[in-house]
Design a protein around this ligand. Structure first.
Ligand SMILES: [Mn+2]
Length: 220
């Protein structure tokens, strides 16, 4: 039998809250597989600590837009000044190790009746044919995909007609969104709200409050 999954929403470097969430969930790696919906890094105080937890617990993850952004800047050999360059600074001589680690991670994870992806799905393309840019960034769908993040457009999940439940993150402004076939887990921890996890297949929600507001709104 496949282990249960404990699927964690966007952590964004909130390592202390991740530890608290895992304690609250009574997470035990020998019984449960730890899964991340992406955006483990950037914005918050301890990105490397979050990655270290992922490795220590043999977690699986999908790539978020902050990981792809990190990898792009690492490949370019230079980080633009800002929070991502601070992530790289924190890693110091271990930067290459984390680049290698993240380069091995997928854009989606599947088990029967469940799909995990960072942001969402294209309204009609098959998963394998969907550009990673969409999987890691989509929120809404407007003008045939010209816009993926306009408030007046319908959310991507209004077009979703699959049977599997899709668990995603990326949309802190919308907060926790629990629908029958789509579950959004980015409840804005780094903005001072909550870190959320979903136990699957039980569909049990576990949350902890942020210890601090690390980034002020507007949410992104
Ligand atoms: Mn994101």
């Amino acid at each position: 039998m496949q282990k249960d999954w404990l699927i964690v929403g966007d952590v964004h470097g909130c390592r202390a809250e991740l530890d608290a969430l895992l304690a609250k969930a009574e997470f035990r790696p020998e019984q449960t597989e730890l899964i991340f919906v992406g955006d483990l890094i950037n914005k918050g105080p301890d990105s490397e600590g979050v990655l270290e937890r992922a490795v220590a617990y043999n977690a699986r993850m999908v790539l978020g837009n902050h990981e792809t952004n990190f990898l792009e800047q690492a490949r370019a050999g230079t980080f633009r000044p800002g929070s991502m360059s601070r992530v790289a600074e924190q890693m110091g001589p271990r930067l290459g190790k984390w680049v290698d680690y993240l380069e091995r991670q997928p854009f989606w994870l599947i088990r029967p009746q469940l799909l995990v992806v960072h942001a969402g799905l294209h309204p009609s393309l098959a998963l394998e044919d969907t550009p990673p840019r969409i999987l890691t960034r989509i929120r809404t769908w407007g003008e045939n995909g010209l816009f993926m993040d306009r408030e007046q457009d319908p959310p991507w999940y209004h077009f979703y007609q699959g049977d599997a439940t899709v668990v995603y993150g990326h949309w802190a402004r919308a907060g926790l969104v629990m629908r029958e076939r789509t579950i959004g887990l980015d409840s804005g921890c780094v903005y001072g709200f909550q870190l959320s996890a979903l136990r699957w297949p039980q569909r049990e929600l576990i949350q902890v409050n942020a210890f601090e507001t690390y980034v002020q709104v507007p949410l992104d």
